[in-house]
Design a protein around this ligand. Structure first.
Ligand SMILES: Nc1ncnc2c1ncn2[C@@H]1O[C@H](COP(=O)(O)OP(=O)(O)OP(=O)(O)O)[C@@H](O)[C@H]1O
Ligand SMILES: [Mg+2]
Length: 255
């Protein structure tokens, strides 16, 4: 048996008395298309924060291809191939789209220590970045400042930056949240177009997106794993329907 690309063992995180993440055993294989769903406050973002090293666990371990990375810092995990997007976007708003994306491409190519102005003249970095922008239909706004663009496009840029790192594990925290539905298909198409081998975990409240994208679904409730299975199994699970899907159906835009 091959090692899971990313794995957690007994992973927990408490905030004072609040058990935000409780004793999670989870595995993400190479090529996984896995969705993490659950009500607001279930602990989904906290779980991703533990996977990426934004937060340290209270207990348990995180393994990357069998290697214990529990004590490894955020930046080092990115270098090891674990990339993520945030629920709320974090971009350099005063820089152009191309500048934002070329910084991550330069980082991956190991030339980020050059001055930013020098990165801007590296034709290999620019060519890679522009190609990425083409696939995400952002090439026409490459020279625009991020702050001038509508929110949907800003989220796409964030995805471009993350993909630009060429990760082998990609963690997406509600990548289409706040994006008008007319534009969200571009984000989904971009996710569909990712290299097959990347292990992808997506937090998503929109069940249409979950059922279109995921081969496997984990339901989190109250910090713990409540159910896991194929989209079909999850959809048919009466307990899941009771705690989550019924509520999501009544309030499809929440989150
Ligand atoms: N830094 C923190 N300090 C204290 N409590 C926190 C912290 N971060 C999260 N929490 C709490 O932990 C619980 C889980 O939060 P988390 O953001 O992980 O939920 P979520 O499943 O991502 O929810 P949503 O769907 O609303 O994004 C919540 O009760 C939240 O208030
Ligand atoms: Mg969240």
């Amino acid at each position: 048996m091959t090692e899971p690309r990313l794995q957690t063992q007994g992973l927990s995180r408490h905030f004072g008395a609040l058990k935000a993440v409780q004793n999670i055993d989870f595995a993400l294989d190479a090529g996984a298309r896995h969705a993490l769903i659950g009500p607001n406050g279930a602990g989904k973002t906290t779980f991703i924060n533990l996977l990426t090293g934004v937060l340290a666990p209270s207990q348990g371990r995180v393994l990357l291809s069998g290697r214990d990375i529990t004590a490894t810092g955020q930046a080092e995990r990115v270098k090891l191939g674990v990339a993520r997007t945030f629920q709320i976007n974090r971009l350099f708003r005063g820089l152009s789209v191309l500048e934002n994306v070329s910084m991550s491409v330069a980082e991956r190519r190991g030339v980020a220590s050059s001055m930013l102005s020098a990165i801007g003249r590296r034709s290999d970095v620019i060519a890679d970045s522009m190609q990425l922008l083409e696939t995400l239909k952002l090439a026409d706004v490459a020279s625009h400042r991020v702050s001038e663009l509508p929110y949907g496009r800003q989220r796409l840029i964030e995805l471009a930056i993350t993909i630009g790192l060429k990760p082998n594990v990609l963690l997406l925290d509600e990548p289409a949240a706040g994006v008008p539905s007319a534009e969200s298909h571009i984000i989904l198409d971009a996710i569909d177009g990712l290299p097959k081998d990347i292990a992808v975990l997506i937090i998503e409240h929109d069940m249409d997106v979950v059922f279109r994208f995921a081969k496997r679904v984990t339901v989190m409730v109250g910090g713990a794993i409540f159910a896991e299975g194929t989209p079909r199994e999850i959809e048919a699970n009466p307990e899941v329907r009771a705690v989550y899907l019924g509520q999501a159906a009544q309030n499809p835009t929440h989150g």
